[in-house]
Design a protein around this ligand. Structure first.
Ligand SMILES: [Zn+2]
Length: 82
């Protein structure tokens, strides 16, 4: 897990707490810029964030491609994915 050090004005735990919003592109520009700055200087979060993004992306794709799901079921599952 990431170390707790401050890079770019954010601690690792603050970055991790916002990571799912970051992956979703739901963060305000200012918050996103801070995370970008942290990621560019923090190997631990870059590695974790990259893996997290890949796993979440793959899960979403799988749910979207699943043909046996009703639209409501699909939305319910997607809402469970960070
Ligand atoms: Zn970090």
């Amino acid at each position: 897990m990431a170390e707790n050090r401050s890079v770019g004005g954010l601690f690792c735990f603050e970055v991790l707490a916002q990571l799912s919003d970051y992956v979703d592109g739901e963060l305000a520009a200012e918050a996103k810029a801070k995370i970008d700055a942290h990621l560019s200087g923090c190997d631990a979060c870059t590695k974790f964030g990259g893996e997290f993004g890949a796993v979440v992306g793959a899960l979403r794709q799988k749910v979207r491609a699943e043909e046996g799901l009703s639209e409501a079921g699909r939305l319910r599952l997607l809402s469970k994915i960070p």
